[in-house]
Design a protein around this ligand. Structure first.
Ligand code: GRF
Length: 204
């Protein structure tokens, strides 16, 4: 196998997707290694777990910076120091500027708790229930400057049940997130897919 890609996971909170990525990346044949976990919140629960696993962690507190650009330049520096080649956003709750996204075009993934392009933004499970949809799910996509847009790498659907609440539906979606995010990272890090326009296709 070719050398493993050095991946940073960016989080803001509990980091359950981060955990699924770290666990998947332990496999010898996984094409990526998690070389850094970075949070904009120093108190993110996910940082504690990652540190316990022996993963290098860093906190870059957005509140101490004058603006978004200054914050992002600091993150960028941290990524460069750690020789990061790809980014996985995993519950990272900061909007990224076109400049930062441009630095990582085709090399930055995000997971969203809905079947994009439906339900961009927040409170996806509440909105899906309000609309009465029968199918909901999760999406892993490449990050582009527009929020919750970008070429879709993988999706998983779950049925919406009659007695679902936002919490029960969200839990079922989260289980699927934990399945497809490592799969999507493996596809991209392993050079198995290519971006063609807005589509992600298997490499011939
Ligand atoms: C997940 O629902 C993910 O889809 C969204 O933010 C949440 C993060 O959860 N982007 P966790 O921190 O990975 O547990």
């Amino acid at each position: 196998m070719t050398r493993k890609k050095r991946v940073a996971i960016l989080i803001s909170g509990r980091g359950s997707n981060m955990r699924s990525l770290i666990e998947a990346a332990r496999a010898v044949d996984f094409p990526a290694e998690i070389a850094l976990v970075l949070s904009n919140r120093p108190d993110a629960a996910g940082l504690v777990w990652a540190r316990e696993q022996g993963i290098p962690v860093a906190a870059v507190d957005h509140k101490i910076y004058a603006g978004r650009e200054e914050f992002e330049r600091s993150i960028q520096k941290m990524l460069e120091i750690n020789r990061i080649e790809m980014i996985c956003l995993a519950g990272f709750m900061r909007v990224l500027t076109p400049w930062f996204v441009g630095q990582w075009q085709g090399r930055m993934l995000n997971i969203h708790p809905a079947l994009l392009p439906a339900y961009r933004g927040l409170h996806t499970h509440e909105r899906a229930l309000e609309d009465g949809v029968k199918i909901h799910g999760a999406t892993v996509h490449f990050v582009v400057p527009e929020m919750d847009a970008g070429p879709i790498i993988l999706q998983a659907s779950v049925p919406v049940l009659d007695d679902d609440t936002p919490d029960t539906l969200g839990a079922r979606v989260l289980d699927q997130e934990h399945v497809i995010y490592p799969q999507a990272l493996a596809l991209v890090a392993g050079d198995k897919v290519a971006i063609k326009g807005n589509r992600v296709l298997a490499r011939a």
